[in-house]
Design a protein around this ligand. Structure first.
Ligand code: NAD
Ligand code: UDP
Length: 340
């Protein structure tokens, strides 16, 4: 298939391109580079052994720009990663998040249908479950109250895409609810490249390891979890990327609407991650216990059985691989990608 990959220069998009090409697909990337660097695409091209990946520095809100891409490349399906994703920033700038993520997706979907491309895989998140009603979380678990505008954009876009598919059954919509993506391609040339001080646990740990911060702050050790720190379902980004290739099968068999959790089904605490990082990489991570972070929940991990049963997809990498590959990327690229 020919895939339009929005946000393909970003963290998950760049890893997904590798898996797509390995599976025999080709891709065209649209990204406005608001949170990424085109060097990621050059490195991806090197990994997969092509001269370049077709790339347009285009905003998904730019209808004319998207029209040109569709007229030239005629994609069969879109894997839609493009979006703003910083939880804290979304609380400060709700309008910008709703406008970018929701308006952008509405323009994208309109251009898609005008060009007869009615297949979309959407990057959703476990955040749509809110404080989950069941653990482990299955796809049947009711959606919950999000605690920030970013989360609401995911929840609302799931609803919008669901309604569009319902009104026009020619659409195939696959909603992928990611748990906590970490790690990097084992080669260490591509990885997560956060702007400013990282919000997420793993990039914070790797930046402590590389000496950018003196210590990690652990947000609370009084949760009702085995060691008191928050428990999450960390998934290696290469497994997550492979999940998108598997999700194309749902589109091939004309799934209509399909929803899948992409997680490992294992919950690890913050201290489990710190300990695994220290043990596997031989690097100490000093930390202090800080107050809980507003909006955080105690425990969140998936039941990934549906994706295994229907797509034959299962995470292959474990926690040791995740901490090893996160560190491998960071230590070889202490400042991320070079500034353009
Ligand atoms: P990322 O920021 O690395 O990648 C997103 C890409 O989209 C960036 O390259 C950015 O430049 C681009 N982009 C943003 N707005 C755009 C616009 N209007 N037009 C064109 N390009 C635009 O983030 P990521 O971690 O790779 O996440 C990819 C997707 O997965 C996002 O939708 C994110 O919300 C979702 N997701 C991520 C996580 C996570 O923890 N990383 C978890 C759940 C869901
Ligand atoms: N966390 C932490 N210190 C940090 C960043 C995160 O203790 O600097 C904790 C956070 O409270 C949560 C877990 O690590 O329990 C995962 O947080 P992250 O922001 O990576 O993911 P999410 O909150 O989206 O699950």
């Amino acid at each position: 298939m020919i895939l339009l990959v929005t946000g393909g220069a970003g963290y998950i998009g760049s890893h997904t391109l590798i898996e797509l090409y390995r599976a025999g697909h080709t891709a065209v990337v649209v990204d406005n580079l608001s949170n990424s660097n085109p060097e990621s695409l050059r490195r991806v091209a090197k990994i997969i052994g092509v001269t370049e990946i077709p790339f347009y520095k285009t905003d998904i809100r730019d209808r004319e720009g998207l029209e040109k891409v569709f007229s030239k490349h005629h994609p069969d399906a879109c894997i839609h990663f493009a979006g703003l994703k910083a939880v804290g920033e979304s609380v400060e700038k709700p309008w910008e998040y709703y406008e970018n993520n929701i308006s952008g997706t509405l323009v994208l979907v309109d251009v898609m249908r005008r060009h007869g491309c009615k297949n979309i895989i959407f990057s959703s998140s476990a955040t749509v479950y809110g404080d989950p009603a069941e653990i482990p979380i299955t796809e049947q678990c009711p959606k919950g109250q999000c605690t920030n505008p970013y989360g609401w954009t995911k929840s609302m876009l799931e609803q919008i895409l669901t309604d569009i598919q319902k009104a026009d059954p020619a659409w195939n919509v696959v909603l992928l609810r990611y748990f906590n993506p970490v790690g990097a391609h084992p080669g260490g040339t591509i990885g997560e490249n956060p702007n400013g001080i990282p919000n997420n646990l793993m990039p914070y740990i790797t930046q402590v390891a590389v000496g950018k911060h003196p210590e990690l702050g652990i947000f609370g050790n009084d949760y009702p979890t085995p060691d008191g720190t928050g428990v999450r379902d960390y998934i290696h980004v290469v497994d997550l990327a492979a999940g998108h290739v598997s999700a194309l099968q749902a589109i091939r068999r004309r799934c209509g609407l399909a929803v899948y959790n992409l997680g490992t089904g294992h919950g690890y605490s913050v201290l489990d991650i710190v300990n695994a990082f220290q043990r596997v990489n031989g690097v100490q991570i000093p930390y202090t216990i800080r107050p809980r972070r507003p909006g955080d929940i105690a425990t969140c991990y998936s039941n990934p059985a549906k994706a295994q049963k229907e797509l034959g997809w299962k995470a292959r990498y474990g926690i040791d691989d995740m901490v090893r590959d996160s560190w491998n990327w960071q230590r070889h690229n202490p400042d991320g990608y070079p500034e353009e």
